[in-house]
Design a binder for this molecule. Structure first.
Ligand SMILES: C[S@@+](CC[C@H](N)C(=O)[O-])C[C@H]1O[C@@H](n2cnc3c(N)ncnc32)[C@H](O)[C@@H]1O
Ligand code: SF4
Length: 376
């Protein structure tokens, strides 16, 4: 697989209650930030010269890439093209908030070369959007997704399971709404509230609004059934797509393919080591201006065995699983207790072997953390 580029855009119009991403409210520093990204991209030309080859995926994540001026993203694409090269069929995704997606913005995003949108919808039920402090309501999100499908064709949307007040019925309403709007890819995440003080406080005051683990699992199974029946097979724990519309970029994370990250808080993996940029915007701007690297973390080169275990864990996230031979080779290197844990996972129906590959069963997906413990 060819390498990919990830570009983190750390600006949002408003901070949602639940979010733990590196994202600031407002975009006063937009100009300084993009100047920094241009500098960073060009300063890493030696990584291109190291033989990585041209990118065939670029992913603008955030934060909210659709919130900034589209030509700024175009400028980053230009710098990536000049420095690293982009394959002619590069998948170029921008994460987007429904709020931003008026017809003019959609066309501007397409004009600079974006060919896939990933829209944060979260829910298509107004009473669920309120505690999340989303700025759009269900009707405008529906409209935005429909418009985006007309302009881009290739559109993904995010939903969350476990939103306060959500029920099985309301979750299915959201799924149906996305299907009706014509998306070709859906990501569904379990709402994490640990780092969201206002939601933690709400749970303390009104625990009845929050589902327990068994209920969350039931909801995930419902989503999996409905999307599967609609022609969206699950291809990863949290991702469903029409065949051929799987995210090329995200598959790179699960196959340990190199992805270079640019911008505030971006992480990189060059095939051997992981590195990370500063998460502080002011520091990012200062360093790039001063001709210094924004990198603040560099992993020691890990043992081969560690990387292979990591590769196996990531491979099990994908529905096709991993070759049995690879699985066995790595299992043999484990000590008694984790090796037994894997055997127990087969006995308990969490792992299965199908056509020479080992993969998580549906129950195994729900208990994947228990299976992955064997490799930690
Ligand atoms: C960067 S956002 C998507 C684009 C845009 N910023 C937006 O929110 O509309 C990435 C996605 O991560 C998911 N996410 C963010 N915080 C989460 C949390 N605490 N628990 C689960 N999923 C979360 C949401 O589904 C969100 O759409
Ligand atoms: S969920 Fe999206 S819009 Fe909301 S704060 Fe996080 S990155 Fe910004």
């Amino acid at each position: 697989m060819k390498p990919g580029a990830y570009v983190h855009i750390p600006f949002c119009a408003h901070r949602c209650t639940y979010c733990s991403f590196v994202a600031l409210e407002g975009k006063r520093e937009e100009e300084d930030f993009f100047e920094g990204v241009g500098t960073e991209v060009r300063s890493r030309a030696s990584e291109a010269a190291g033989g990585l080859g041209a990118f065939d995926s670029v992913y603008f994540g955030g934060g909210t890439p659709s919130y900034v001026d589209p030509p700024r993203l175009g400028g980053v694409l230009g710098a990536l093209e000049e420095t690293f090269g982009l394959s002619p069929d590069t998948e170029i995704t921008a994460e987007a908030n429904p709020d931003d997606l008026d017809p003019g913005r959609l066309l501007a995003l397409r004009a600079i070369g974006i060919n896939r949108l990933s829209i944060g919808v979260q829910s298509l039920v107004d009473a669920e959007l309120a505690p999340l402090e989303r700025r759009h309501d269900a009707a405008s999100a529906r409209r935005a997704v429909g418009e985006a499908v007309r302009v881009f064709g290739n559109v993904s949307a995010d939903l969350m399971i476990g939103i306060p007040g959500q029920t099985r019925e309301s979750l299915l309403l959201s799924v149906e709404g996305l299907l009706a709007a014509g998306v070709s890819h859906v990501s569904v995440y379990l709402l994490e509230i640990e780092k969201a003080p206002r939601l933690v406080a709400l749970k303390r005051e009104r625990p009845g609004l929050f589902a327990d683990d068994d209920e969350l699992a039931e909801r995930w199974l419902l989503v999996d059934d409905r999307l599967g029946a609609a022609g969206f097979p699950r291809y990863e724990i949290s991702n469903w797509a029409r065949p051929g519309r799987e995210s090329r970029h995200n598959l790179k994370y699960w196959t340990l393919t190199p992805v270079l990250g640019f911008g505030v808080a971006a992480h990189s993996f060059d095939g051997l080591r992981r590195t990370a940029n500063t998460g502080m915007l002011a520091e990012y701007v200062r360093r790039t201006r001063a001709g210094e690297s924004p990198r603040v973390f560099e992993e020691e080169k890990p043992e081969d065995s560690l990387r292979r275990k990591e590769g196996l864990m990531m491979g099990l996230r994908v529905s096709g699983g991993v070759p049995s031979s690879t699985f066995e080779e790595i299992r043999k290197t484990l000590t008694d207790a984790p090796s037994r844990r894997l055997e127990d996972a087969f006995d308990a129906g969490l792992l299965e072997t199908v056509s020479g590959r080992v993969r998580l069963t549906r129950r195994g997906v729900l208990l994947s953390n228990e299976v992955f413990q064997a490799f930690l």
